[in-house]
Design a protein around this ligand. Sequence first.
Ligand code: GLA
Length: 396
Amino acid sequence: MSAVTVDPWSDTEGSRRTRELFTRAFDQQPQGVWAAPGRVNVIGEHVDYNAGLCLPTALPHRTFAAVRPRTDGQVRLVSAHLPEEPWTGTVADLAPGRVEGWAAYSGGPAWVLADEGVEVGGFDAAIDSCVPFGAGLSSSAAIEGAVAVALAELAGLELDDALRARLARLCVRAENEVAHAPTGGLDQAASLRSRAGHGLLIDFVDEQVRHVPLDLPAHGLELLVIDTRAPHTLNDGQYAARRADCDRAAALLGVPTLREVDDLDGALAQLTDPVLVARVRHVVSEIERVRQVVALLAAGEVAAIGPVLDASHTSLRDDYEVTCPELDVTVEAARAAGALGARMTGGGFGGSAIALVPAEAVGTVTDAVRDAFDAHGWGAPAFLRAPAAAGAERVA
Ligand code: GLA
């Protein structure tokens, strides 16, 4: 069984693909091409919806949207990944409850922008992506982000930090209200607000961000992403159930969010349901682990974040119960083969893991994970290299 590495497309390649798709589908040229990345979360998992702290980075893997505005209010959306004819309707047809599936993700931001008073007079869009789908790497947020930046810039807005923050919020609305996935804000913030060479420290109390230098190659390290290819979905009820556990625990503890818990032992002693005890332990300890990682990075002790990543995985496996055998085997095999730390990343229940690996051990770790999957009789995982990349932008 050979290892599959998913390489990112260059901006030139992504632009060429979407321009060609656009021209074939709509018989004219797009006005421009915009791109938005997928993400990995380095640390801070399942805490965004608890007003916690997260530290994602953008992937070099991006979704590309070739777009041309229209003046007749019509919208046409075409995807390289779907064989069907373009989705056709109006911005109003993209309202919550009126659209589902892929069109909800790609068209949802248009409806939210219009709902928030931005002029969206219709548009044609052709979308293609090298972000693996359903892999826990925010392919949805990348689609939303690419369309959102395109429409915002075409409406004359300047893509500064304030607009990025606004578009991130707006894409969360699209995801929650139009696509009916009850996610927090991690993915959209990472896709829209990241900077190359940096982790994005997001504080979900007020959505303030700080760009934390993350130059792993300078320390002889790499962040290896392993897509287990175990199916992963965020609207099958499990994700929402975890959010509901957190809301219930916060209500029982008399705090607005679990971020407000500062005496963990005291809080745990107040809860009688062992499931809620475990959920709260995860959330509060995970927020603390984000602080630890940020402090270690600031001190230049990059390799020392490995054990913190390991502790995060254990907490997500045992207390939050969002891993699966494929994720657990991945992190164990990666560590045994020389990774300094490894954890699931994203929503879990399948999807991807990350491993912090000395550059010279990447091949060994890749082989070990692949062999472990083989020994379990599972299909081959896919591997992505993940240097911290830039957020959404116009590329052509
Ligand atoms: C998914 C959601 C995010 C976040 C992560 C878990 O990626 O979309 O909002 O909750 O799971 O950290």
